[in-house]
Ligand binder design. Sequence first.
Ligand SMILES: NC(=O)C1=CN([C@@H]2O[C@H](COP(=O)(O)OP(=O)(O)OC[C@H]3O[C@@H](n4cnc5c(N)ncnc54)[C@H](O)[C@@H]3O)[C@@H](O)[C@H]2O)C=CC1
Ligand SMILES: O=C(O)CCC(=O)C(=O)O
Length: 411
Amino acid sequence: MQAFEAVQHYFNKGADELGLDASLRKLLVQPERELTVQIPLKRDDGTLETLIAYRVQHNSARGPYKGGLRYHHHVDLDEVRGLASLMTWKTAIVNLPYGGAKGGVTVNARDLSKEEKERVTRKFVDAICVVIGPDLDIPAPDMGTGHEEMAWFMNQYAKYHGFNPGVVTGKPVEHYGIPGREEATGRGVGLLTLKTLSRLGRKADGATVALQGFGNVGSHTAKFLTEAGCKIVAVSDHTGARRDPAGLDVMALWRHTGEASSFVNNFAGGEAIPAEELLELEVDVLIPAAVGGVIHSGNANRIKAPIVIEAANAPVEPEADELLYERGIVVLPDVLANAGGVTVSYFEWAQNRQFYRWTLDRVRGELDRTLTHAFDSIWDRAKERDRSLRTTAFTVGIERVAKATQLAGLG
Ligand SMILES: NC(=O)C1=CN([C@@H]2O[C@H](COP(=O)(O)OP(=O)(O)OC[C@H]3O[C@@H](n4cnc5c(N)ncnc54)[C@H](O)[C@@H]3O)[C@@H](O)[C@H]2O)C=CC1
Ligand SMILES: O=C(O)CCC(=O)C(=O)O
Protein backbone atom coordinates (compact mmCIF):
# COMPACT_ATOMS: atom_id res chain seq x y z
CA MET A 1 0.00 0.00 0.00
CA GLN A 2 1.23 3.50 -0.87
CA ALA A 3 1.73 6.01 1.96
CA PHE A 4 -1.37 8.12 1.35
CA GLU A 5 -3.55 5.06 0.72
CA ALA A 6 -2.40 3.63 4.06
CA VAL A 7 -3.50 6.76 5.96
CA GLN A 8 -6.81 6.72 4.06
CA HIS A 9 -7.27 3.12 5.18
CA TYR A 10 -6.92 4.13 8.84
CA PHE A 11 -9.07 7.23 8.25
CA ASN A 12 -11.87 5.05 6.84
CA LYS A 13 -11.80 2.76 9.86
CA GLY A 14 -12.18 5.77 12.17
CA ALA A 15 -14.84 7.33 9.92
CA ASP A 16 -16.78 4.02 9.96
CA GLU A 17 -16.82 4.13 13.77
CA LEU A 18 -18.34 7.61 13.58
CA GLY A 19 -20.74 6.80 10.74
CA LEU A 20 -19.36 9.77 8.78
CA ASP A 21 -21.23 10.39 5.53
CA ALA A 22 -19.54 10.08 2.14
CA SER A 23 -19.47 13.79 1.31
CA LEU A 24 -17.74 14.75 4.56
CA ARG A 25 -15.30 11.86 4.17
CA LYS A 26 -14.33 13.15 0.74
CA LEU A 27 -13.78 16.65 2.07
CA LEU A 28 -11.64 15.48 4.99
CA VAL A 29 -9.54 12.92 3.19
CA GLN A 30 -8.28 15.01 0.26
CA PRO A 31 -5.43 17.53 0.71
CA GLU A 32 -6.53 21.15 0.43
CA ARG A 33 -3.41 22.20 -1.49
CA GLU A 34 -0.33 20.54 -2.96
CA LEU A 35 2.69 22.39 -4.23
CA THR A 36 5.51 20.80 -6.23
CA VAL A 37 8.50 23.03 -6.83
CA GLN A 38 11.91 22.94 -8.39
CA ILE A 39 15.03 23.77 -6.37
CA PRO A 40 18.10 24.74 -8.39
CA LEU A 41 21.12 23.76 -6.29
CA LYS A 42 24.60 25.08 -7.03
CA ARG A 43 26.87 22.34 -5.63
CA ASP A 44 30.11 23.28 -3.90
CA ASP A 45 32.03 22.06 -6.96
CA GLY A 46 30.19 24.55 -9.19
CA THR A 47 27.85 22.06 -10.91
CA LEU A 48 24.11 22.71 -11.07
CA GLU A 49 21.59 20.15 -9.84
CA THR A 50 17.81 20.43 -9.98
CA LEU A 51 15.97 19.01 -6.99
CA ILE A 52 12.22 18.48 -6.60
CA ALA A 53 10.44 19.53 -3.42
CA TYR A 54 6.89 19.44 -2.07
CA ARG A 55 4.64 21.10 0.47
CA VAL A 56 1.27 19.43 0.98
CA GLN A 57 -1.31 21.28 3.07
CA HIS A 58 -3.81 18.65 4.01
CA ASN A 59 -6.40 20.27 6.27
CA SER A 60 -6.82 23.60 8.08
CA ALA A 61 -10.23 23.16 9.75
CA ARG A 62 -8.72 23.47 13.26
CA GLY A 63 -6.00 26.07 12.59
CA PRO A 64 -2.92 26.86 10.51
CA TYR A 65 -1.25 23.96 8.72
CA LYS A 66 1.56 22.40 10.77
CA GLY A 67 4.17 19.79 9.94
CA GLY A 68 7.84 19.07 9.37
CA LEU A 69 10.25 19.30 6.45
CA ARG A 70 12.00 16.11 5.40
CA TYR A 71 15.23 15.96 3.37
CA HIS A 72 15.47 12.34 2.22
CA HIS A 73 16.12 10.57 -1.06
CA HIS A 74 12.85 8.56 -0.85
CA VAL A 75 10.64 11.68 -0.64
CA ASP A 76 7.92 11.81 -3.30
CA LEU A 77 4.50 13.44 -3.55
CA ASP A 78 2.62 10.39 -2.30
CA GLU A 79 4.82 10.09 0.80
CA VAL A 80 4.46 13.80 1.62
CA ARG A 81 0.70 13.56 1.09
CA GLY A 82 0.49 10.63 3.49
CA LEU A 83 2.64 12.39 6.10
CA ALA A 84 0.64 15.64 5.75
CA SER A 85 -2.62 13.83 6.38
CA LEU A 86 -1.11 12.07 9.42
CA MET A 87 -0.34 15.55 10.79
CA THR A 88 -4.01 16.58 10.54
CA TRP A 89 -5.07 13.64 12.71
CA LYS A 90 -2.06 13.95 15.05
CA THR A 91 -2.64 17.63 15.91
CA ALA A 92 -6.34 16.91 16.47
CA ILE A 93 -5.63 13.85 18.65
CA VAL A 94 -3.50 15.90 21.06
CA ASN A 95 -5.94 18.81 20.66
CA LEU A 96 -3.56 21.45 19.29
CA PRO A 97 -5.07 24.40 17.39
CA TYR A 98 -3.54 23.32 14.09
CA GLY A 99 -4.24 21.54 10.85
CA GLY A 100 -1.81 19.26 9.07
CA ALA A 101 0.91 19.68 6.44
CA LYS A 102 4.27 18.21 5.47
CA GLY A 103 7.11 19.17 3.17
CA GLY A 104 10.05 17.40 1.69
CA VAL A 105 12.98 17.64 -0.67
CA THR A 106 14.06 14.57 -2.61
CA VAL A 107 17.72 14.55 -1.66
CA ASN A 108 20.01 12.55 0.57
CA ALA A 109 20.80 15.04 3.34
CA ARG A 110 24.03 13.17 4.10
CA ASP A 111 25.29 13.94 0.56
CA LEU A 112 25.06 17.70 1.15
CA SER A 113 27.63 19.95 2.80
CA LYS A 114 26.37 22.42 5.40
CA GLU A 115 26.60 25.22 2.81
CA GLU A 116 24.61 23.17 0.27
CA LYS A 117 21.92 22.45 2.90
CA GLU A 118 21.65 26.16 3.56
CA ARG A 119 21.25 26.92 -0.16
CA VAL A 120 18.59 24.19 -0.51
CA THR A 121 16.67 25.55 2.48
CA ARG A 122 16.76 29.15 1.25
CA LYS A 123 15.67 28.14 -2.27
CA PHE A 124 12.87 26.06 -0.77
CA VAL A 125 11.64 29.12 1.12
CA ASP A 126 11.88 31.20 -2.07
CA ALA A 127 9.66 28.65 -3.79
CA ILE A 128 6.97 28.23 -1.10
CA CYS A 129 7.02 31.62 0.69
CA VAL A 130 3.62 32.61 -0.69
CA VAL A 131 1.85 29.71 1.06
CA ILE A 132 3.56 29.74 4.47
CA GLY A 133 3.36 32.10 7.45
CA PRO A 134 2.75 32.13 11.21
CA ASP A 135 -1.04 32.13 10.70
CA LEU A 136 -1.00 30.01 7.57
CA ASP A 137 1.50 27.16 7.56
CA ILE A 138 4.31 26.58 10.08
CA PRO A 139 7.04 24.07 9.16
CA ALA A 140 9.37 22.28 11.62
CA PRO A 141 12.15 19.66 11.57
CA ASP A 142 11.69 16.07 10.39
CA MET A 143 14.13 13.49 8.98
CA GLY A 144 17.30 15.08 7.64
CA THR A 145 16.57 18.55 9.05
CA GLY A 146 17.14 20.20 12.41
CA HIS A 147 17.51 23.54 14.15
CA GLU A 148 20.04 24.95 11.64
CA GLU A 149 17.65 24.53 8.71
CA MET A 150 14.87 26.15 10.76
CA ALA A 151 17.07 29.20 11.53
CA TRP A 152 17.90 29.62 7.81
CA PHE A 153 14.22 29.17 7.04
CA MET A 154 13.17 31.97 9.42
CA ASN A 155 15.87 34.28 8.07
CA GLN A 156 14.93 33.70 4.43
CA TYR A 157 11.21 34.11 5.14
CA ALA A 158 11.95 37.54 6.71
CA LYS A 159 13.29 38.74 3.34
CA TYR A 160 9.79 38.38 1.88
CA HIS A 161 7.44 39.09 4.78
CA GLY A 162 9.52 40.74 7.53
CA PHE A 163 10.83 39.27 10.79
CA ASN A 164 8.47 36.77 12.39
CA PRO A 165 9.91 33.88 14.44
CA GLY A 166 6.49 32.14 14.55
CA VAL A 167 6.81 31.09 10.90
CA VAL A 168 8.77 27.97 11.79
CA THR A 169 9.43 25.90 14.93
CA GLY A 170 12.36 23.78 16.05
CA LYS A 171 14.70 26.78 15.85
CA PRO A 172 17.94 26.97 17.92
CA VAL A 173 17.18 27.83 21.56
CA GLU A 174 19.49 30.88 21.33
CA HIS A 175 17.59 32.06 18.24
CA TYR A 176 13.88 32.16 19.16
CA GLY A 177 13.63 28.41 19.78
CA ILE A 178 12.28 26.85 22.97
CA PRO A 179 14.20 24.71 25.46
CA GLY A 180 13.08 21.12 25.10
CA ARG A 181 11.97 21.04 21.43
CA GLU A 182 15.00 19.05 20.34
CA GLU A 183 14.34 16.30 22.90
CA ALA A 184 10.53 16.57 22.71
CA THR A 185 9.65 13.81 20.26
CA GLY A 186 11.95 11.27 21.93
CA ARG A 187 10.89 12.36 25.40
CA GLY A 188 7.24 11.94 24.41
CA VAL A 189 7.96 8.51 22.97
CA GLY A 190 9.73 7.59 26.21
CA LEU A 191 6.92 8.91 28.44
CA LEU A 192 4.28 7.02 26.48
CA THR A 193 6.37 3.83 26.45
CA LEU A 194 6.40 3.96 30.26
CA LYS A 195 2.64 4.55 30.34
CA THR A 196 2.03 1.62 27.99
CA LEU A 197 4.19 -0.68 30.13
CA SER A 198 2.36 0.48 33.24
CA ARG A 199 -1.12 -0.06 31.72
CA LEU A 200 -0.07 -3.59 30.80
CA GLY A 201 1.13 -4.27 34.34
CA ARG A 202 4.79 -4.47 33.28
CA LYS A 203 7.73 -2.89 35.06
CA ALA A 204 9.89 -0.28 33.31
CA ASP A 205 12.88 -1.19 35.43
CA GLY A 206 14.90 -3.70 33.43
CA ALA A 207 12.43 -3.78 30.50
CA THR A 208 14.36 -4.61 27.32
CA VAL A 209 14.06 -2.33 24.29
CA ALA A 210 15.16 -2.65 20.64
CA LEU A 211 15.39 0.68 18.86
CA GLN A 212 15.62 1.26 15.11
CA GLY A 213 17.12 4.66 14.24
CA PHE A 214 19.46 6.80 16.31
CA GLY A 215 18.81 10.30 14.99
CA ASN A 216 16.95 13.04 16.81
CA VAL A 217 14.02 10.87 17.87
CA GLY A 218 15.85 7.58 18.49
CA SER A 219 18.72 9.06 20.50
CA HIS A 220 16.45 11.06 22.83
CA THR A 221 14.13 8.08 23.27
CA ALA A 222 17.12 5.91 24.23
CA LYS A 223 18.39 8.48 26.75
CA PHE A 224 14.98 8.95 28.38
CA LEU A 225 14.26 5.23 28.67
CA THR A 226 17.74 4.45 29.99
CA GLU A 227 17.28 7.08 32.69
CA ALA A 228 13.93 5.45 33.53
CA GLY A 229 15.65 2.08 34.10
CA CYS A 230 14.95 0.34 30.78
CA LYS A 231 17.70 -1.61 29.05
CA ILE A 232 18.39 -0.67 25.42
CA VAL A 233 19.61 -4.02 24.12
CA ALA A 234 19.80 -3.24 20.39
CA VAL A 235 20.14 -0.11 18.26
CA SER A 236 20.43 0.43 14.51
CA ASP A 237 20.81 3.25 12.02
CA HIS A 238 21.20 3.33 8.22
CA THR A 239 24.72 1.82 8.53
CA GLY A 240 23.94 -1.25 10.65
CA ALA A 241 22.84 -2.60 14.03
CA ARG A 242 24.48 -3.53 17.34
CA ARG A 243 23.22 -5.65 20.17
CA ASP A 244 24.15 -6.27 23.79
CA PRO A 245 21.76 -8.40 25.90
CA ALA A 246 23.21 -6.74 29.02
CA GLY A 247 22.27 -3.30 27.68
CA LEU A 248 24.23 -0.98 25.37
CA ASP A 249 26.03 2.02 26.84
CA VAL A 250 23.61 4.61 25.47
CA MET A 251 25.60 7.66 26.57
CA ALA A 252 28.76 6.28 24.95
CA LEU A 253 26.71 5.75 21.76
CA TRP A 254 25.52 9.38 22.02
CA ARG A 255 29.09 10.65 22.23
CA HIS A 256 30.14 8.35 19.38
CA THR A 257 27.34 9.34 16.96
CA GLY A 258 27.91 13.02 17.77
CA GLU A 259 31.23 12.82 15.91
CA ALA A 260 31.61 13.15 12.13
CA SER A 261 31.40 9.84 10.22
CA SER A 262 30.65 7.92 13.43
CA PHE A 263 27.60 5.72 13.09
CA VAL A 264 26.13 2.68 14.81
CA ASN A 265 28.14 0.27 12.61
CA ASN A 266 31.51 1.58 13.86
CA PHE A 267 30.48 1.81 17.54
CA ALA A 268 32.70 -0.36 19.75
CA GLY A 269 30.00 -1.57 22.19
CA GLY A 270 28.00 -4.78 21.76
CA GLU A 271 28.13 -7.12 18.75
CA ALA A 272 27.11 -6.40 15.17
CA ILE A 273 23.87 -8.02 14.00
CA PRO A 274 22.07 -7.82 10.64
CA ALA A 275 19.85 -4.71 10.71
CA GLU A 276 16.61 -6.64 9.85
CA GLU A 277 17.23 -8.94 12.84
CA LEU A 278 16.72 -6.06 15.28
CA LEU A 279 13.01 -5.92 14.51
CA GLU A 280 12.57 -9.60 15.31
CA LEU A 281 14.41 -9.76 18.65
CA GLU A 282 12.78 -11.12 21.79
CA VAL A 283 12.42 -7.88 23.72
CA ASP A 284 9.73 -6.25 25.83
CA VAL A 285 9.43 -3.19 23.60
CA LEU A 286 10.24 -2.59 19.92
CA ILE A 287 10.59 1.05 18.85
CA PRO A 288 10.96 1.81 15.15
CA ALA A 289 12.28 5.41 15.06
CA ALA A 290 13.56 5.79 11.52
CA VAL A 291 11.79 5.32 8.17
CA GLY A 292 8.27 4.19 7.20
CA GLY A 293 7.07 0.73 6.18
CA VAL A 294 9.64 -1.36 8.08
CA ILE A 295 7.04 -3.73 9.57
CA HIS A 296 5.05 -5.26 6.73
CA SER A 297 3.13 -8.41 5.88
CA GLY A 298 6.45 -10.19 5.18
CA ASN A 299 7.85 -9.82 8.70
CA ALA A 300 4.84 -9.06 10.96
CA ASN A 301 4.49 -12.67 12.02
CA ARG A 302 8.11 -12.75 13.13
CA ILE A 303 7.80 -9.74 15.47
CA LYS A 304 8.25 -11.08 19.01
CA ALA A 305 7.96 -7.90 21.10
CA PRO A 306 4.55 -7.67 22.83
CA ILE A 307 4.68 -3.85 22.55
CA VAL A 308 5.50 -1.77 19.46
CA ILE A 309 5.83 2.00 19.91
CA GLU A 310 5.69 3.89 16.60
CA ALA A 311 8.25 6.66 17.12
CA ALA A 312 8.68 6.99 13.35
CA ASN A 313 5.83 8.02 11.10
CA ALA A 314 4.09 5.06 9.45
CA PRO A 315 6.62 2.33 10.35
CA VAL A 316 3.88 -0.37 10.36
CA GLU A 317 1.99 -1.03 7.12
CA PRO A 318 -1.80 -1.60 7.39
CA GLU A 319 -1.65 -5.35 6.56
CA ALA A 320 0.97 -5.80 9.28
CA ASP A 321 -1.06 -3.69 11.68
CA GLU A 322 -3.96 -6.17 11.34
CA LEU A 323 -1.64 -9.14 11.86
CA LEU A 324 -0.08 -7.61 14.99
CA TYR A 325 -3.53 -6.78 16.40
CA GLU A 326 -4.75 -10.33 15.82
CA ARG A 327 -1.66 -11.61 17.65
CA GLY A 328 -2.40 -9.39 20.66
CA ILE A 329 0.65 -7.19 20.12
CA VAL A 330 -0.04 -3.68 21.44
CA VAL A 331 0.87 -1.00 18.88
CA LEU A 332 0.98 2.60 20.10
CA PRO A 333 0.32 4.49 16.84
CA ASP A 334 2.53 7.27 15.46
CA VAL A 335 -0.26 9.87 15.66
CA LEU A 336 -0.03 9.60 19.43
CA ALA A 337 3.40 8.09 20.14
CA ASN A 338 5.45 10.78 18.39
CA ALA A 339 3.13 13.73 19.02
CA GLY A 340 5.50 15.20 21.62
CA GLY A 341 7.42 16.98 18.87
CA VAL A 342 4.52 18.93 17.45
CA THR A 343 3.22 19.60 20.97
CA VAL A 344 6.42 21.41 21.95
CA SER A 345 6.42 23.09 18.53
CA TYR A 346 3.07 24.53 19.58
CA PHE A 347 4.62 25.84 22.82
CA GLU A 348 7.45 27.40 20.77
CA TRP A 349 4.97 29.07 18.42
CA ALA A 350 2.93 30.38 21.38
CA GLN A 351 6.16 31.66 23.00
CA ASN A 352 7.17 33.41 19.76
CA ARG A 353 3.82 35.10 19.44
CA GLN A 354 4.03 36.43 23.00
CA PHE A 355 7.77 37.22 22.92
CA TYR A 356 7.81 35.47 26.28
CA ARG A 357 10.34 32.81 27.34
CA TRP A 358 9.26 29.42 28.65
CA THR A 359 11.52 27.44 30.99
CA LEU A 360 12.51 23.83 30.35
CA ASP A 361 10.56 22.75 33.44
CA ARG A 362 7.41 24.38 32.14
CA VAL A 363 7.86 22.82 28.68
CA ARG A 364 8.38 19.35 30.15
CA GLY A 365 5.47 19.72 32.59
CA GLU A 366 3.01 20.83 29.91
CA LEU A 367 4.26 18.19 27.47
CA ASP A 368 3.75 15.49 30.07
CA ARG A 369 0.26 16.80 30.90
CA THR A 370 -0.83 17.06 27.22
CA LEU A 371 0.42 13.59 26.25
CA THR A 372 -0.89 11.94 29.42
CA HIS A 373 -4.35 13.34 28.84
CA ALA A 374 -4.43 12.18 25.19
CA PHE A 375 -2.99 8.75 26.06
CA ASP A 376 -5.34 8.07 28.99
CA SER A 377 -8.47 9.02 27.09
CA ILE A 378 -7.51 6.96 24.02
CA TRP A 379 -6.45 3.95 26.08
CA ASP A 380 -9.68 3.95 28.11
CA ARG A 381 -11.90 4.43 25.05
CA ALA A 382 -10.09 1.64 23.16
CA LYS A 383 -10.64 -0.77 26.07
CA GLU A 384 -14.31 0.24 26.50
CA ARG A 385 -15.09 -0.28 22.80
CA ASP A 386 -12.68 -3.14 22.15
CA ARG A 387 -10.89 -1.36 19.32
CA SER A 388 -7.20 -0.92 18.53
CA LEU A 389 -5.40 2.14 19.87
CA ARG A 390 -4.90 3.30 16.27
CA THR A 391 -8.56 3.11 15.27
CA THR A 392 -9.51 4.82 18.52
CA ALA A 393 -6.94 7.59 18.06
CA PHE A 394 -8.13 8.20 14.48
CA THR A 395 -11.74 8.25 15.68
CA VAL A 396 -10.90 10.97 18.24
CA GLY A 397 -8.97 13.02 15.66
CA ILE A 398 -11.60 12.72 12.94
CA GLU A 399 -14.38 13.60 15.39
CA ARG A 400 -12.61 16.88 16.25
CA VAL A 401 -11.80 17.83 12.65
CA ALA A 402 -15.34 16.97 11.50
CA LYS A 403 -16.81 19.06 14.32
CA ALA A 404 -14.63 22.08 13.42
CA THR A 405 -15.59 21.68 9.76
CA GLN A 406 -19.28 21.63 10.62
CA LEU A 407 -19.00 24.59 13.02
CA ALA A 408 -17.34 26.56 10.22
CA GLY A 409 -20.44 25.99 8.14
CA LEU A 410 -19.28 23.10 5.96
CA GLY A 411 -20.08 19.43 6.06
N1 LIG B 1 12.17 15.14 14.43
C1 LIG B 1 10.95 15.18 14.95
O1 LIG B 1 10.64 16.02 15.81
C2 LIG B 1 9.94 14.16 14.56
C3 LIG B 1 10.25 13.05 13.80
N2 LIG B 1 9.31 12.09 13.57
C4 LIG B 1 9.63 10.89 12.80
O2 LIG B 1 10.66 10.15 13.44
C5 LIG B 1 11.46 9.46 12.46
C6 LIG B 1 12.93 9.82 12.67
O3 LIG B 1 13.08 11.24 12.53
P1 LIG B 1 14.36 12.00 13.08
O4 LIG B 1 14.93 11.27 14.22
O5 LIG B 1 13.97 13.41 13.21
O6 LIG B 1 15.33 11.88 11.83
P2 LIG B 1 16.91 12.00 11.80
O7 LIG B 1 17.27 12.37 10.43
O8 LIG B 1 17.41 12.81 12.94
O9 LIG B 1 17.39 10.48 12.09
C7 LIG B 1 16.99 9.41 11.31
C8 LIG B 1 17.68 8.15 11.83
O10 LIG B 1 17.19 7.02 11.14
C9 LIG B 1 18.30 6.24 10.68
N3 LIG B 1 17.89 5.47 9.51
C10 LIG B 1 17.61 5.90 8.27
N4 LIG B 1 17.27 4.85 7.48
C11 LIG B 1 17.32 3.75 8.27
C12 LIG B 1 17.08 2.38 8.06
N5 LIG B 1 16.71 1.93 6.88
N6 LIG B 1 17.23 1.52 9.11
C13 LIG B 1 17.61 1.97 10.33
N7 LIG B 1 17.85 3.26 10.58
C14 LIG B 1 17.72 4.13 9.57
C15 LIG B 1 19.36 7.27 10.39
O11 LIG B 1 20.65 6.68 10.29
C16 LIG B 1 19.20 8.16 11.62
O12 LIG B 1 19.82 7.55 12.73
C17 LIG B 1 10.88 9.86 11.10
O13 LIG B 1 9.94 8.89 10.72
C18 LIG B 1 10.18 11.19 11.40
O14 LIG B 1 9.13 11.47 10.49
C19 LIG B 1 8.04 12.19 14.07
C20 LIG B 1 7.66 13.27 14.81
C21 LIG B 1 8.55 14.39 15.03
O1 LIG C 1 6.90 19.89 15.11
C1 LIG C 1 6.16 19.96 14.16
O2 LIG C 1 5.52 20.93 13.87
C2 LIG C 1 5.95 18.78 13.21
C3 LIG C 1 6.57 17.50 13.61
C4 LIG C 1 6.30 16.48 12.54
O3 LIG C 1 6.57 16.71 11.39
C5 LIG C 1 5.68 15.22 12.91
O4 LIG C 1 5.12 15.10 14.00
O5 LIG C 1 5.71 14.29 12.08
